[in-house]
Design a protein around this ligand. Structure first.
Ligand SMILES: NC(=O)C1=CN([C@@H]2O[C@H](COP(=O)(O)OP(=O)(O)OC[C@H]3O[C@@H](n4cnc5c(N)ncnc54)[C@H](OP(=O)(O)O)[C@@H]3O)[C@@H](O)[C@H]2O)C=CC1
Ligand SMILES: N[C@@H](CC=O)C(=O)O
Length: 376
């Protein structure tokens, strides 16, 4: 039986869904000769760790209780009542995480799973990789900081997986990597890569106000913790940057042209998330409705589109024929068209659900299972 120990950073919507997938796939993994052993789970404030790091993971009852505790907004420390764990609070927890990486990295290949939405994890991930650990990420921020960080994270490319950073569970990164490995040059990528903006556009087309639709997208688990990351185009820009960097372009976020759907006066430094959701969005309803109606009068729809051509990346709204591949998209679906030498007239097309906790966590789980060859 292959034993894959992992430590989960972030137990919000995606992280908790991942734990539930791990528990419900126990017998499937058993038939595949695999056992995923969750040795620790952390959030922004604390960390819970199994008592016997070398031999035992947190048991399934504990993991399900953890999901319950976090889903009602309680602290991980509450789990001390459940027994069989040690708990640490920040900043002590950071030191503990690195101690575990040092203890288990070379010996077991411990997988760091980043389901946080934080930039802070990059430092831990880089050190953990240096200590022999693997990394699986849904979090885009570590891959979109400096080029130096990006290179350090990929110093052992076999040990890092991040399928869910682009298109959630869709096989975007795997397909692109196969194209690159085969030496087939990528000429252009065009896509609609935001589940939130896809959902927003198609619901506004159906006559619903933007303010309501964004709140719905948040409760469906499509948005980033701050939905302005989605509406401002930053989340799509991060995905574009990840794709461009995989293609070998050494660029940064500031080289990407980004169109925002909200003005600077509603930015994070000015309004809280709650204020934006309750007050700011209402002020945007009319403008977006007018734009959608104007496009409809031309037989068109609005889509938030990402274009990568060489090292040039742009993300923004385009008015497109209703019957085009991007125009036909509904709900949170993403679509990506990859044009290469082999796929020149007809692009390789990847389409399907592009957001949501279930599909994203499934993508993370598949990544963890995919690196099993590295484990004894
Ligand atoms: N939802 C989706 O459809 C998709 C999401 N993703 C990505 O998945 C990630 C998670 O998203 P989601 O679950 O919705 O986000 P949530 O906001 O629901 O959860 C984020 C979690 O990360 C924790 N956290 C914050 N900072 C740190 C830190 N420094 N160390 C450890 N944990 C930390 C938070 O802690 P606390 O509980 O204390 O706040 C929380 O538990 C994001 O990066 C997102 O971009 C990717 C593809 C699709
Ligand atoms: N907020 C993102 C989630 C996936 O990355 C989106 O809406 O696409």
């Amino acid at each position: 039986m292959k034993n894959i120990p992992l430590i989960l950073m972030g137990c919000g919507g995606v992280g908790r869904q991942l734990l539930q997938h791990i528990v419900s796939c126990r017998s499937l993994h058993f038939t595949q000769g695999l056992c995923l052993r969750v040795v620790g789970v952390g959030d922004s404030k604390s960390l819970v760790v199994t008592e016997d790091l070398l031999h035992e993971g947190l048991n399934d009852g504990f993991l399900l209780e953890l999901c319950r505790v976090k889903s009602v907004g309680e602290s991980l420390l509450k789990l001390l009542d459940f027994g069989k764990c040690q708990a640490f609070v920040h900043p002590e927890s950071q030191g503990k995480i690195l101690e575990i990486a040092f203890q288990l990295g070379k010996k077991t290949g411990l997988v760091f799973v980043d389901c946080s939405a934080s930039s802070d994890t990059v430092a831990v991930l880089k050190q953990a990789i240096d200590m022999g650990c693997c990394a699986v990420m849904a979090n885009k921020k570590p891959l979109t900081s400096t080029m130096e960080d990006f290179k350090k994270l990929f110093i052992y490319p076999r040990r890092i997986r991040h399928e869910s950073t682009v298109g959630a569970g869709l096989p975007v990164i795997a397909s692109l990597n196969r194209i690159i490995s085969s030496g087939d040059p990528v000429h252009q990528i065009i896509g609609s890569l935001s589940g939130t903006l896809g959902y927003v556009m198609s619901e506004v087309e159906d006559g619903k106000p933007l303010s309501q639709v964004v709140r719905d997208a948040k409760s469906l688990g499509y948005t980033e913790p701050d939905p302005r990351d989605d509406l401002g185009g930053m989340d799509v820009a991060r995905k574009a940057l990840i794709l461009a960097r995989i293609l070998g372009h050494q660029i940064n976020l500031d080289s990407i042209q980004i169109e925002s759907l909200y003005p600077k006066e509603m930015g994070p430094g000015v309004m809280t998330v709650e204020d934006f959701l309750n007050r700011g969005l209402l002020l945007l309803d009319k403008d977006i409705q007018d734009r959608v109606e104007k496009a409809a009068s031309n037989g068109n729809v609005l889509r938030y589109v990402c274009v990568i051509m060489g090292s040039r990346c742009e993300v923004g709204i385009q008015e497109l024929p209703k019957n085009s591949p991007l125009g036909r998209l509904r709900g949170s679906d993403n679509v990506l068209e990859i044009y290469t030498r082999c796929y020149s007239k007809q692009p390789l097309v990847i389409q399907g659900a592009g957001a949501g906790n279930d599909t994203t966590a499934a993508g993370v789980l598949a990544d963890i299972v995919d690196i099993q060859d590295l484990f004894p």
